[in-house]
Design a protein around this ligand. Sequence first.
Ligand code: GLN
Length: 256
Amino acid sequence: EVTIGVLALQGAFIEHVSHLQKAVATAKAGSKIASAQISVVTVRTVEQLSSVDALVLPGGESTSISLIAERTGLLEPLRDFVRVQRKPVWGTCAGLILLSDQASKAKKGGQNLIGGLHVLCQRNHFGRQTESFSCNLALPFTNPYDVDDLFPAVFIRAPIIEQLLDDSTARLGALKIEDNSEESLVVSAPRLEADKDDATAVEIICQLPDSTGTEAGDIVAVRQGHIFGTSFHPELTPDVRLHAWWLEECALPFVL
Ligand code: GLN
């Protein structure tokens, strides 16, 4: 019996629940998904969080999600879930921002991060002109020789991963807590005692093509062991392959 939670404080959580349920219902015979007894639940309280084996953090507005998490007493338990218990998590868009060790943006103002993922992400990277767009991406499960097999991704005021922080940079960054003022453009998650024995490397899973269309450009998906993050919304198109891939490759291996 495996319980997958979707953080349901704000944002596109209902779509994640239905995508996960569909990924479970359509699992390939012989897969880990098919052989596990999986239920999908929403998480709004500390008690619900403690009952799940893995968690999806949806897109929405990271500032709001962070504020609600703080007010409902979920922020520290979420940090514990991700960084001390190291349970599998997947952040999409705003969820990716919250999981980052550092986040930057164009305007001043602080925001509390959960942290754990050793990256600096940049909020609202695509600016006003192209706040929202969709494009087809190559992901680990897509056939590189078949353009029709690419994954349709929706970007809505999306962040990108601006920089991978090595472990020591991440720790230094996390120590610069005095930066978390109304005057700062970069916010950092506070350092936790458990961080000192976390040396898992960040792996790039997907980059957009650059403006010339030939080279790899902005980083839009990364994985660091039990933490997976995507800039885009995979739950707003009918395709459930990324949810199935995450369950099979990122969540269940840590749970079963
Ligand atoms: N721009 C939002 C933020 O900074 C994220 C947008 C999204 O999740 N679609 O939190």
